[in-house]
Design a binder for this molecule. Structure first.
Ligand SMILES: C[S@@+](CC[C@H](N)C(=O)[O-])C[C@H]1O[C@@H](n2cnc3c(N)ncnc32)[C@H](O)[C@@H]1O
Length: 252
């Protein structure tokens, strides 16, 4: 891993901010005793506007609509705005190196993030903070590994690639572009219109019989038509036949 330049700034309440050289990513960690408070944010996304988008790491059990999915290693998964979430590590774990690599579309600079979290380990931090950082570093390694195709960009940029059209069995957006928008849709200006655009881009990546899974809905592509409000349990190839999957330790 190439060492990247990052800067470090002490803030109030024992927080230390680590920012990458390009100033596109900020990691805040607490140096208070027993605290494990940390946050990661993607910064400055349009020339006109400073916007901060949080990068979270929800476990796969919190991906409410994806919970009933049985992961099938032969399917092509794409996650928009994976952050450091647990869904992609669960797919990688289920594949054991076989099957189409899951694709991640997220502007979060995972290389810098890896470097920044390792730098944070050298601060005077609690054991709790250290183990939280270790967990996130392990997650980050999965995203940077050869098991994942990482498209380090906004959805609005990625969708210009013709090789993404009609290739996915499952597209997942869990509290990502549908919630935060995209620089190409102007983020919060006319947010509703932007939201429809984001959803249309995400549908564009689906194969026939593919599913778009968001935190609110499951959309099923059937005969070229998109059927919203689809319950996974009614659906044939990807449905859970044995009830909801027990995810366990997704990092294996
Ligand atoms: C709140 S986090 C969610 C992470 C993960 N899915 C989870 O549930 O924990 C939002 C993520 O979406 C990404 N994101 C937001 N807007 C996006 C867009 N338009 N295109 C791609 N990624 C986006 C952010 O960079 C961030 O990593």
């Amino acid at each position: 891993m190439v060492a990247l330049r990052v800067s470090e700034k002490k803030k109030k309440n024992g927080l230390v901010s680590i920012i990458n050289q390009e100033q596109t990513l900020q990691l805040d960690v607490s140096t208070e005793p027993r605290s494990d408070k940390m946050s990661i944010r993607v910064l400055r996304v349009t020339p006109e506007k400073i916007k901060e988008v949080p990068v979270t790491s929800r476990d796969v059990g919190s991906y409410s609509k994806a919970e009933a999915l049985i992961l099938d290693p032969s399917l092509q998964y794409i996650e928009i705005g994976a952050g450091l979430g647990g869904f992609i590590p669960a797919v990688v774990n289920s594949q054991q190196g076989y099957g189409p690599k899951p694709i991640v579309i997220d502007p979060c600079d995972y290389h810098s993030l890896y470097e920044m979290m390792n730098r944070a380990l050298h601060l005077d931090i609690s054991d709790q903070m250290r183990s939280r950082l270790d967990f996130h570093i392990e997650r980050c390694k999965v995203y940077l590994s050869d098991n994942v195709v990482l498209l380090n960009m906004w959805l609005g940029d990625a969708i210009r690639r013709p090789d993404l059209v009609g290739i996915a069995d499952i597209v997942v957006d869990n509290l990502a572009a549908l919630l935060y928008g995209d620089p190409h849709t102007g983020f919060d200006n006319g947010f509703e219109a932007g939201r429809q655009q984001v959803e249309d881009w995400e549908k564009l990546m689906l194969k026939e019989n593919g599913l778009l899974i968001t935190e609110y809905d499951v959309i099923y592509k059937k005969d070229g038509v998109f059927l919203p409000g689809y319950a996974i349990s009614q659906f044939c190839p990807q449905r859970s036949k044995r009830g909801p999957i027990r995810w366990g330790n997704t990092l294996g």
